[in-house]
Design a protein around this ligand. Structure first.
Ligand code: F6P
Length: 524
């Protein structure tokens, strides 16, 4: 690879100061930092709403945080934040505003000068009417029976958010319907969901901002055949299919009735859309009042993000700590470890949020970057994760900063286990046998929250959204496009459209052509 031209960022005074400081901090064990200042735990912890962030188990001092704060200021985080909230087209490659924050806004007019709130309020009313009708048994199918099963067909941002929240908030779900999610191009996914459903009583929501996504449309067509065959009538579609989409025309062409279409707009990115009508399955499961609590929680985090000084701003702190390890310690991955079964789907959700947003290697001006951007985000629910990969977290050769997410109201010893893990990562343990030695000095954040309720989930998700935003600003990349998913889609379409078995696709490499020929042969 050619050597990249030095960027403004890596040449900047704040960056250079952090590089020099890292050389000092790298020599110090966190145990020593605690010995020097036992009050670290209080000093490096921050409360915002229902969340307590303990960031004392990091390889940082006052100086580190001051220098990281300088980096954020130098990047203009505050000005960019204002630009996002003002509805400026900060998604420059698609010339779009980034206004998912409007979806949870309580303001009468927002953003100033380009009001989207009338649309947002109307959409919330539609969601309420729709979810109330389903939950109350007033939405009737083709043969006059109420809906018993809801199947959401969508992928990426049109799946991961609602899927994760229906799981996270199952303790608050009181709908008579069961709610299922189908995403995969593999028809097994849909078959599994349909196996538990009856056509007469099944509502299918097609969630697709663009209404062009291959997997979603293929699954929607299969589901439509299942329904019309089961009910013996094409007319059944208008009663059993709904959509959350910005492409009302395509939804209508599919056969979805206008009154069954809930809106979405180009100023909401897919991975930021759970607050919109994409959240409909959540509203059906827990009711619109609780969905509004989720929005209120996110709003509370938005207000904190807007008002708190950078050094006491939770999303900014998480962003800066991530940058500290990614760019100055060479950490290539980041683990998310929720200690609650209900949060099982959260790592996958955060994976899309962080990696689709910030998995970029050119800056906002299209110049290649000479620094690392988003690390691999991965994780699994604790305590299961402890018996799978924590060995590597404690004794492996990679530095893996961890986020422990700990709702304290869960019974059992999950929360205690989370604390035990972060303590072990921090302190380590001496032993005469090298195999039994733990070096410690492995950083982690702990986010404690009292309850796993809609309001708290709203805060937590908005926290990570703003963390991603701040990192994108500092890395000088556009966090709101995702061109990197297009090429694979294009090639898949070419392969799927290839009529003659054995014919090579001229535009493709020999390896892919050989595999494709084998695939065709084995299939036939
Ligand atoms: O392929 C990536 C992506 O565009 C995501 O950004 C998006 O969340 C997902 O596909 C689904 O898109 P849509 O909602 O338009 O079907």
């Amino acid at each position: 690879m050619n050597k990249l031209a030095p960027s403004k960022l890596t040449q900047s005074p704040a960056w250079k100061a952090l590089q020099a400081h890292q050389a000092e901090i790298a020599k110090v064990h966190m145990r020593e930092l605690y010995a020097r200042s036992p009050e670290r735990a209080q000093q490096f912890s921050l409360e915002a709403g229902a969340l307590l962030l303990d960031y004392s188990k990091h390889r940082v001092t006052d100086t580190t945080l001051r220098l990281l704060g300088d980096l954020a200021r130098q990047a203009g985080v505050e000005a960019w934040r204002a630009r996002m909230f003002a509805g400026e087209h900060i998604n420059t490659s698609e010339d779009r505003a980034v206004l998912h924050v409007a979806l949870r806004s309580g303001l009468k007019v927002f953003p100033a000068g380009g009001d989207v709130m009338p649309l947002v309020r109307k959409a919330r009313e539609s969601m309420r009417a729709f979810s109330d009708a389903v939950r109350g048994g007033r939405m009737l199918g083709h043969s006059g029976k109420p809906m018993r099963t809801v199947i959401n067909i969508g992928i990426g941002g049109s799946d991961l958010g609602p899927r994760m929240l229906v799981q996270a908030l199952w303790g608050h779900a009181d709908a008579p319907q069961s709610v299922h999610f189908v995403a995969n191009a593999d028809p097994d996914d849909l078959a599994r969901a349909l196996a538990q459903a009856q056509p007469e009583t099944t509502l299918i929501i097609v969630a697709s901002k663009t209404f062009t996504t291959g997997e979603t449309l293929a699954n929607a067509r299969l589901a439509r055949s299942w329904l019309t065959q089961g009910l013996g009538s094409e007319a059944a579609v208008i009663k059993h299919f709904a959509a959350a989409t910005a492409n009302v025309k395509a939804a209508a062409e599919f056969g979805i009735a206008p009154e069954m279409c809930l809106p979405l707009w180009d100023w909401v990115g897919g991975r930021y859309s759970v607050w919109s009508s994409v959240g409909l399955p959540v509203a059906i499961a827990i009711g619109m009042d609780r969905f509004e609590e989720l929005l209120a929680g996110a709003r509370a985090m938005d207000e904190h993000f807007l008002a708190a000084p950078l050094e006491a701003n939770m999303p900014v702190l998480l962003a800066l700590l991530g940058i500290w390890y990614t760019n100055f310690f060479g950490a290539e991955t980041h683990a998310v470890l929720p200690y609650a079964e209900a949060l099982r789907e959260l790592p996958a959700y955060l994976q899309q949020l962080e990696m689709e947003s910030n998995g970029k290697s050119v800056d906002r001006d299209g110049q290649p970057v000479d620094y690392a951007t988003v690390p691999v985000v991965w994780g699994a629910v604790g305590t299961n994760s402890q018996h799978a990969f924590h060995q590597m977290l404690h004794q492996g050769t990679h530095l893996v900063p961890c986020d422990f997410l700990v709702p304290v109201a869960t019974t059992g010893a999950a929360a205690e286990n989370a604390l035990a893990q972060s303590a072990a990562l921090l302190s380590g343990k001496e032993a005469s046998l090298p195999q039994q030695r733990f070096d410690g000095n492995r950083p982690s954040s702990t986010i404690l929250f009292k309850n796993l309720d809609p309001h708290t989930m709203g805060q937590l998700l908005a926290l990570y959204e703003h963390k991603v935003f701040v990192q994108g600003i500092i890395w000088n990349i556009n966090s709101f496009d995702q061109w990197g998913v297009e090429l694979g889609k294009e090639i898949a379409r070419t392969l799927a459209a290839q009529p003659a078995a054995g014919a090579a696709v001229a535009a493709l490499d020999a390896s892919t052509n050989a595999l494709f020929a084998r695939l065709r042969r084995w299939r036939s």
